[in-house]
Design a protein around this ligand. Structure first.
Ligand SMILES: Nc1ncnc2c1ncn2[C@@H]1O[C@H](COP(=O)(O)OP(=O)(O)O)[C@@H](O)[C@H]1O
Ligand SMILES: N[C@@H](CC(=O)OP(=O)(O)O)C(=O)O
Length: 462
């Protein structure tokens, strides 16, 4: 039994849907499969844009809904014969009408809460999975649409909800045991205990697939995308990046946390629980073995496994001699940021205790600085803290790999490579697991830094 997840890039249009349906059908002829699909590529972004426009009272949202309708109509016309097309169009039309009504509501009240945003985003996966289940059935492979909200239960942190494993696993088993034909499960979406729609975070359909895989004790979970596997770096930025045949669950988690969007970081959590291997496969190149992500898998003989990066981040630097020997400042800083719901991606504190510096997403930076200025008002007034400085337009780069543990000289080699490429490093952090060194640079040096580090660790003869 295996779970196969197809991302937005694999179901962009009718032609791609036909192609992945063939892949799924072939797999289903030799073992039972459960399918998980994301929305068509770009649809989630369009839904977010529509909600944002409606909230501002900008009628542009109607044009976006029309564009979504047109894409669906085109796909339906290409996938179904005339009679079936009418039935599917009606079914999907009802969903699109509901979406229009919700957006109209948002326009009227000029407000789109995170809860409403989750409901709006859910239409991408719901529409796409209805379309694909109908297409599979109409083309001779009986399939049934499964709304993940009937089986994945989360808390109410909308936009990035936390899964209740204990509640979800039995529900997943129960729901799937009643499905006739192949289950076509909506990725990304879930619900609270009270039935309110939630989402698992952008790119979260990978996580849906591994949750389903762990619940049903699948032999493997396959994430089908548009590249040959997990590469040693983002291939769009590092042309010499190569496919990693296998990597550990921990390295995959680190790489994805630091921006390798080929897999969602939480995907590895259920797999750790149940010791399931995850395979990254390419729909454009289905016979290539891809990458196997599994407990204990080795990343290769190089000192690092791979490199990842996050753009549009900001660095906040709190400086002041008054922090020296005063316990509790760090804890207040992080509590204030947590309270303001700012997510800190990286932290580094100078050992002199003169400064604490943190990195967050640029879009959250102003909020973070305001929260810190309020929390540290006293210290600023009495000059125990001299400044709270913000630098925007930065990039975090992380070098990741099990092999770094206990290997001396990695930092020296890393910073020499950056020095040779004339790249200025603003902050550095290393986890005590020694599995990752992350550093911050100016965004304009991104490509030069990634390529220099890739060359130093992964291309030159070791
Ligand atoms: N280290 C990496 N290995 C492979 N792909 C990467 C890596 N870093 C970034 N990517 C990008 O991730 C993309 C796949 O993720 P995504 O677009 O979310 O796919 P999907 O739509 O299938 O979910 C690839 O096309 C690639 O450009
Ligand atoms: N559709 C959602 C969830 C998802 O996983 O998408 P994809 O598999 O295309 O990254 C998003 O765009 O975030």
């Amino acid at each position: 039994m295996k779970v196969m997840k197809f991302g937005g890039s694999s179901v962009k249009d009718a032609e791609k849907i036909q192609h992945v349906s063939d892949i799924a059908r072939r797999a289903a002829s030799s073992e039972p499969v459960v399918l998980v699909f994301s929305a068509m590529k770009g649809i989630t972004d369009m839904l977010i844009d529509a909600a944002t426009s409606a909230e501002k009272g900008d009628p542009a949202y109607r044009r976006l809904v029309e564009e979504i309708k047109t894409r669906q109509k085109e796909a339906i016309a290409a996938l179904f014969g005339n009679d079936t097309a009418k039935t599917i169009e009606k079914e999907i039309g009802t969903l699109l009408d509901e979406l229009s009504d919700i957006l109209h509501g948002v326009e009227l009240v000029r407000e789109c809460s995170v809860r409403t945003m989750d409901m709006i985003m859910s239409f991408g996966e719901r529409i796409n999975c209805r379309l694909i289940a109908s297409y599979l059935s109409a083309s001779g492979t009986p399939a049934q649409y499964v709304d993940a909200r009937s089986m994945i239960v989360t808390d109410s942190s909308h936009g990035n909800a936390k899964v209740d494993f204990e509640a979800s696993y039995p529900l997943i088993r129960q729901t799937l045991s009643k499905v006739e034909g192949i289950a076509v499960v909506t990725g990304f979406i879930a619900r609270t205990e009270k039935g309110v729609t939630t989402t698992l975070g952008r790119n979260g359909s990978d996580y849906t697939a591994s949750l389903v895989g762990a619940a049903i004790d699948a032999d493997r979970v396959e994430i089908w995308t548009d590249v040959d596997g997990v590469l040693s770096a983002d291939p769009r930025l590092v042309p010499t990046a190569f496919v990693l045949p296998e990597i550990s669950l921990e390295d995959a988690m680190e790489l994805s946390y630091f921006g390798a969007e080929v897999i969602h970081p939480y995907t590895m959590l259920p797999a750790v629980d149940k010791n399931i291997s995850i395979y990254i496969k390419n729909t454009l190149n289905p016979d290539v073995p891809g990458t196997r992500i599994a407990a204990g898998a080795k990343g290769g003989s190089a000192p690092i496994t791979g490199i990842a990066s996050i753009e549009n981040v900001a660095l906040i630097n709190i400086e002041g001699g008054g922090m020296l020997g005063h316990p509790g400042v760090a804890s207040r800083v992080f509590s204030a940021l947590a309270h303001a719901k700012v997510n800190i991606i990286m932290i580094s504190q100078a050992s002199s205790e003169h400064s604490i510096c943190m990195v967050c997403r640029e879009k959250e930076a102003a909020l973070a600085v305001a929260a810190l200025k309020t929390e540290l008002a006293e210290e600023l007034r009495y000059r125990m803290i001299q400044s709270i400085e913000l630098v925007n337009e930065l990039e975090i780069i992380a070098v990741v790999g099990e092999n770094m543990r206990g290997t001396p000289g990695i930092s020296g080699r890393l910073f020499s490579a950056l020095g040779r490429a004339n790249i200025n490093v603003l902050a550095i952090a290393q986890g005590s697991s020694e599995r990752n060194i992350s550093f911050v640079i100016h965004q304009e040096s991104r490509s030069a830094a990634l390529n220099a580090v890739h060359k130093a660790f992964l291309e030159e003869v070791q």
